[in-house]
Design a protein around this ligand. Sequence first.
Ligand SMILES: [Zn+2]
Length: 443
Amino acid sequence: MRMRTASTLAVLLALGCLRVAAAQPVMARIDQISPQTAQALRTAPGVAWWAEFGDELLLVGDTPRLLSQRALAPMRVLDGVDPARLYLHADGCAHGASTVHRAIGVTLARAGHWELRALRDGETIAADDPGHWQPLPRNQVVIGRYRPDGAAAPADPLVAPLVARIDAGRWYGDVETLAGWDRNSFGSGILAARDWLGERFSSLGLQVGQPSFTLQGRTLYNVTATWTGSAEPDDWIVVGGHYDAIGSGFAPGADDNASGCAGVLELARAVTAFRPRRTIVFVCYSGEEQGLHGSAAHVAALRAGGDLDKVSAMINMDMIGYSRDGQLDVLLETNTQNRAYIERFAAVAATYAPELGTLLSTNPYGSDHIPYLQAGVRALLTIQGDDTNYPHYHASTDTPSNMDAGGWSRPIGGAILRMNAAMLAELSGASDRIFADGAGDGG
Ligand SMILES: [Zn+2]
């Protein structure tokens, strides 16, 4: 009886293997098809399960029947790929202090900082590296491209003047300034960068702080800059981005993350000209690259001060200055509870930064929005779509000129900042104040 069970099992396993080998996944290109056609593909005969990944839709099932839908979208067969060995691999910014990160498998698709990878025979995910990997969820939009139902809403005349204050050239100049310092969390230039940021915020009339926290026995500093709301001071919006960088030797960190930190400064310049109704707390974090320590410290301080419940929204910028090929994509990332929040950003982008493509993800990973999400705050990350393609990532060559090698830094940085400025106007009530003043510049 035991023998017979074992041999039956062996036959079943063999059949299973044969069946898997026959069921090779198919990747359909969906960037040029309608949402209705994409839905028809997901529910087509022969589809066992699917996963959407930016501009591509993975279909698993009866391969010949899947391919019979070729008229609807271009398709390619993923030869030799076992659907049971598909994983999401994340290249987030913060890798943690000690993890030696090994990328295994074959990359089948990329979107935002997620890669779809198939593990080869014999490859296993290292026990010390689980954070970068997730089994591929089935029948889910892992990363979706935002496709509005109709035309974009017209620009709001109360928001447009604020968005028009975004100056991509000025922002790029600040990236160059920040990249002139070695901003390793324990580097030689991090305190100079801290003080320069404080001076810049102070010159805008913001109340500046340098709250400290301890990491590996050393003292690190966030920079906070607060605009107290004119009408609803106990309703807070947090706008953040880390100013530390990482790399062996000098760490200029232009894209990662002088771009986002300078973005925090540029948003402060744009919005504080309009006397927002609600309080805005601008934060530049340190210790991000060692594991989100600055943002975690800020959340802890909010909680300790009894202020956490006042925070109604958070915007994080991490790597907003690079495009590989001039396609201007931003990835908007939050958790599943905040889907409406990121869809609002996408809708606003369609109005105020129509050149920007928007990718949406509800798999948050690896940057300073995470501690806020964990604390129940409505938070999101805005990050360039070509995150995983940046060749100078976490290297001493992450300089402004390398970030801008294709000449795309100002176009993509400016577009992401205009989207964020419009959202910040909406969230902070800056537009309400313009209306109340009846004037555009607020003095
Ligand atoms: Zn970063």
